[in-house]
Design a protein around this ligand. Structure first.
Ligand SMILES: Cc1ncc(COP(=O)(O)OP(=O)(O)O)c(N)n1
Ligand SMILES: Cc1ncsc1CCOP(=O)(O)O
Ligand SMILES: [Mg+2]
Length: 206
């Protein structure tokens, strides 16, 4: 999940609840705050992720990821390229790269992505510059071509996550499906459970 403060909860409280619900990876995605605050919040989120033994990923900022000793970074097509991120972070860190077209997926693979964030799958109001929803077809096409972990993102919730997994994704990344819910812990639990069920169903499909 991506972490932002919402409603009466702080980002840290939200993350704590989502992790308690069973979220399996956490990304610090802070687009507006000052770096000093991002570092402070990042330290707390990193420690929380370590308590839950869940990977902690920093969006966009390799410097912040390095300073926090995060488990990895997520970079988009307009961010620092994956190969440059790899030079700074080394082979042991996770580097995720976004893709919304097959050309972007090719570029991401050439840039050494450990996983691809594919989307926006459905329409989203969380990222105003995300572009039109692309549906699940690209996930199907990428999965047929490469054996790389795929994470669907954009407008995903507990009702539609199974479609994304059925298309070949290994997981889903969400913001509002957890942060905009009155019970983020239960939202995290339901989402993680639906993803597990869909992965199981896919593995038993003949
Ligand atoms: C898992 C995951 N996938 C895609 C993105 C989007 O990254 P990007 O295209 O760089 O957009 P911003 O999130 O930086 O606005 C992501 N963050 N995580
Ligand atoms: C960061 C990002 N990248 C593509 S869509 C998106 C926003 C996801 O947010 P939500 O899960 O609320 O649609
Ligand atoms: Mg980015």
């Amino acid at each position: 999940m991506g972490v932002e403060a919402a409603g009466h909860r702080t980002a840290l409280q939200m993350a704590q609840e989502a992790l308690a619900g069973g979220v399996t990876m956490l990304q610090l995605r802070e687009k507006h705050a000052q770096l000093k605050q991002v570092m402070e919040q990042g330290k707390q989120l990193r420690d929380l992720c370590r308590e839950f033994s869940v990977p902690f990923i920093v969006n966009d900022r390799i410097d912040v990821a390095l300073l926090l000793d995060a488990d990895g970074v997520h970079v988009g097509q307009d961010d620092l390229p994956g190969l440059a991120a790899r030079r700074l972070l080394g082979d042991d860190k996770i580097i995720g790269i976004s893709a919304g077209t097959m050309e972007e997926a090719e570029w991401a693979m050439e840039n050494g992505a450990d996983y691809l964030g594919v989307g926006p799958i459905f329409s989203t109001s969380t990222k105003p510059d995300a572009g039109e929803a692309i549906g699940t077809g690209l996930i199907r096409d990428i999965a047929a071509r490469w054996d790389v972990p795929l994470v669907g993102i954009g407008g995903i919730n507990h009702n539609n996550a199974s479609q994304v997994i059925a298309a070949g994704a290994h997981g889903v990344a969400v913001v509002s499906a957890i942060t905009q819910q009155h019970d983020p812990r239960n939202a995290g639990y339901t989402l993680a459970e639906n993803v597990r069920i869909a992965l199981y169903n896919r593995s038993t499909d003949t």
